[in-house]
Design a protein. Structure first.
Length: 90
């Protein structure tokens, strides 16, 4: 059975990747993801630059995270739109 490992191993890997990066680019959807929120909080605590993109209407928790931490939410229409905008900005 392929795929994902144990949750603690997945988070360890994610945190190592965040530690190694200069900027975290996040794509959020209308449905809230607790995992993405944890990763964003970790990146924020580590002082990482975070760029937040949103497909659809931002959930209140996504809006709150962005506003409290001074991040703009960049609205996109699709994954393709996200890729195009993220590449243009970076």
């Amino acid at each position: 059975m392929g795929g994902f490992g144990a949750p603690h191993e997945e988070f360890k890997h994610d945190f190592e990747q965040i530690d190694a990066c200069d900027k975290m680019i996040v794509l959020m959807e209308e449905r809230v993801s607790a995992g993405v929120q944890i990763e964003c909080g970790y990146a924020y605590a580590r002082g990482k630059n975070i760029e937040v993109y949103q497909i659809g209407k931002p959930a209140w928790s996504n809006q709150t995270f962005a506003q409290v931490n001074g991040h703009e939410i960049i609205l996109v229409q699709s994954v393709d739109d996200f890729v195009e905008k993220a590449l243009a900005r970076n």
